[in-house]
Design a protein around this ligand. Structure first.
Ligand SMILES: [Fe+2]
Ligand SMILES: [Fe+2]
Length: 187
C-alpha cells in the first residue's frame, strides 16, 4: 500500500509538528532563564499541546491505533502499549502543571516561572523520547501486524477525528499555529 496512506505515516507526520512546537517551547524556556518570560507564546504552546498533541493526536492512538494493535497480538499490560499509555498520562500531568503555572503567574505569583520551567523540561524530555519510541519501535510493529484493510479503515477513522475541533480549533489551524510559533520563536 502507498506508505503515505498508512496510519503510522499519519501519526509520524503529526509527531513532526509536535516536535517543532517542543523546540519552540525549549527556545522560550531558554529566554525565560535569561530573564524574559514570554507569557503569551508559552500559553499558545500549552494550548497546542493540550488540544493537538493530547486531545487530537493521543486520542487517535488511544482510541483507534492501540486497540487495533492489541487485537492483533501486541500486548497492552507489561508491553509497549501499556508503556505508551502511561507516558500519555504523565504528559497530561505536565501539560496541566504548565497551564496551572501560567494561571498562577497571571495571578501575580512570580515563583510560577520556575515551576513552569521544571514542568516544561520534563514534558520536552518525555515527549521527545516517547515520539522516538513510537516512530522507531511500536509503529514498526504495527506496520508488520496490521492487515492492509485494517490500515485503510484506521486511516479513514483518523480523518473523522481530524475533522473534529479541539478547543474550538480544527487540525489545520493547529498546523498554522505551529508554523507561526516556529517562525517567530526559534533559534
Ligand atoms: Fe503516543
Ligand atoms: Fe504519538
Amino acid at each position: 500500500m502507498n506508505p503515505s496512506e498508512m496510519p503510522s505515516a499519519v501519526l509520524k507526520a503529526e509527531h513532526q509538528i509536535i516536535l517543532r512546537v517542543l523546540a519552540v517551547l525549549q527556545h522560550l524556556i531558554n529566554r525565560s532563564e535569561s530573564g524574559t518570560f514570554e507569557h503569551e507564546p508559552l500559553r499558545a504552546c500549552v494550548d497546542f499541546f493540550r488540544h493537538f498533541a493530547d486531545a487530537c493526536h493521543h486520542a487517535k492512538e488511544e482510541d483507534l491505533l492501540f486497540p487495533a494493535l492489541e487485537s492483533n497480538g501486541i500486548p497492552r499490560e507489561n508491553g509497549p502499549i501499556g508503556m505508551m499509555l502511561y507516558e500519555h498520562t504523565l504528559a497530561r500531568g505536565f501539560t496541566k502543571e504548565m497551564g496551572d503555572s501560567l494561571d498562577a503567574f497571571d495571578a501575580g505569583d512570580a515563583s510560577a516561572q520556575s515551576t513552569f520551567s521544571i514542568a516544561a523540561k520534563k514534558y520536552i524530555e518525555l515527549m521527545t523520547n516517547h515520539i522516538f519510541k513510537e516512530d522507531n519501535v511500536l509503529f514498526n510493529m504495527g506496520d508488520q501486524v496490521l492487515k492492509s484493510e485494517d490500515q485503510t479503515a484506521l486511516c479513514s477513522k483518523f480523518c473523522e477525528v481530524g475533522c473534529r475541533s479541539f478547543g474550538g480549533k480544527k487540525r489545520e489551524e493547529f498546523e498554522k499555529i505551529a508554523d507561526e510559533l516556529e517562525a517567530r520563536w526559534s533559534d
